[in-house]
Design a protein around this ligand. Structure first.
Ligand code: DGY
Length: 404
């Protein structure tokens, strides 16, 4: 936090705490009161890090409540309807999922093992933290085992997502071609999101129809993982999803070394396979990591922030990291604030449309970690200070225009 007064920092911290408290629904935190009035998986992971800064007990609780929705097969759903709320579509009546608590039937980036490791380490020798990590550990392991069975049945080391919402990057241009194969369900008059946020910032009508077409398909398949994997017309090995899972497996391994040494061989095997598979997404011609369409088998030639994400997983080489850093510095000259969610020089760049251009602070957090791990401290510092400037000057928003 260079060049900022203590008063500015105190004020930012005060507003951040106030935002968490205002969105606290008693054990879980809604990402926003109107647009997102339930609990979301990866949001809660990052939110727990926020709580941990001033209320450790509440941070653990966020994760425990999240895991109360874990399915018997190990999957943790991306969206949990703890109690009824209006103003969101698609709600529990649309999903009709089989978990212990009404939920969606798909998952989201598994940042949770990374978060648990951080909470445990920052707690030092606290017995309570140790107890809570021990409680969560088998649930994390079951979740990661589910990924192996359900999303990498041939054990190649790359995990598939079957819906753009599973990536967390809903309408990123990366998904366009694969999503075009999904069936359309007319839902224009059912959408609530465009009542809360300007339509120009949200996914387009056609994308939404296909999002819901996939939901209907999975529901008709009773969310049976093998059938979903077989039949989904949208099946992508996303760089960012795989990098987050690779990092989570590394963090799970570190937890297992401490909590359950018998599991280390199994988790170590996933880590090894994952690192090699992630490297297979490197595109030599463009010196960038590209997601792969697992239906067509093609690399998806769309450059988005996720191409930097193997740095967060630590699987890239030093030479690859240098080349990625050069690209990130170029992007940084094209916008005022890093990191735009897609290539600011690409023709389809839309600085205000959700994941087609805006800056997201969780992305800055992961990429700052990645660039600093590889010694590119200038970029790590810029990612942090741009994020702080955005939150200070504009407020606690979901995403930000990288130019204004
Ligand atoms: C939405 O409804 O926009 C969510 O991002 C889905 O997870």
């Amino acid at each position: 936090m260079t060049n900022r007064s203590n008063a500015e920092n105190d004020e930012l911290t005060r507003v951040a705490k106030e935002t968490l408290r205002a969105n606290d629904r008693g054990g879980y935190t809604v990402p926003s009161p109107q647009l997102y009035p339930y609990q979301w998986l990866w949001d809660s992971g990052f939110i727990a890090l926020g709580w941990a800064a001033f209320d450790e007990e509440r941070a653990w609780r966020e994760l425990e409540v999240l895991f109360s929705a874990q399915w018997a097969n190990g999957m943790v759903p991306h969206l949990i309807f703890h109690r009824e709320s209006t103003g969101y579509f698609p709600g529990p009546d649309v999903w009709r999922a089989p978990g212990p608590i009404p939920s969606s039937g798909i998952t989201q980036p598994p940042v949770l093992a990374t978060v648990v490791r951080r909470l445990l380490e920052r707690a030092g020798s606290s017995l309570d933290a140790e107890r809570r990590a021990r409680y969560l550990y088998p649930k994390l392991l079951a979740f990661h085992r589910w990924f192996v069975r359900a999303r990498d049945p041939e054990r190649g080391g790359l995990y598939a997502i079957v819906h753009p919402w599973e990536s967390g990057l809903d309408n990123s241009p990366i998904w366009d071609t694969a999503l075009a194969r999904a069936p359309r369900l007319p839902v224009a008059e059912l959408r609530h999101d465009t009542g809360h946020v300007a339509a120009e910032q949200r996914p387009r009508a056609e994308e939404y129809e296909r999002y819901l077409g996939l939901v209907a398909l999975f529901r008709d398949l009773d969310y049976e993982p093998e059938a979903v994997f077989e039949r989904s017309p949208f099946k992508v090995a996303s760089v960012s999803f795989n990098a987050i899972l690779q990092r989570a497996n590394l963090d799970l391994l570190a937890l297992a070394e401490h909590l359950a040494p018998d599991d280390t061989a199994e988790i170590g095997g996933w880590v090894e396979r994952g690192a090699t598979a992630l490297e297979g997404l490197w595109d030599e011609a463009s010196s960038f990591y590209l997601s792969r369409d697992l239906v067509s088998g093609d690399a998806i030639a769309v450059r988005a922030f996720e191409g930097f994400m193997p740095l967060f997983a630590g699987s890239a080489s030093a030479a690859q990291a240098d080349s990625l850093a050069a690209t990130a510095r170029r992007w940084g000259q094209q916008v005022h604030y890093l990191m735009p969610s897609s290539d600011p020089g690409a023709p389809g760049f839309e600085p205000r449309r959700y994941w087609r251009g805006p800056v997201w602070l969780n992305v800055n957090w992961m990429l700052a970690d990645g660039f600093s791990r590889y010694g590119h401290d200038d970029l790590a510092q810029r990612l942090r200070s741009d994020g702080i400037r955005l939150a200070t000057d504009a407020g606690m928003w979901e995403y930000f225009d990288p130019n204004t």
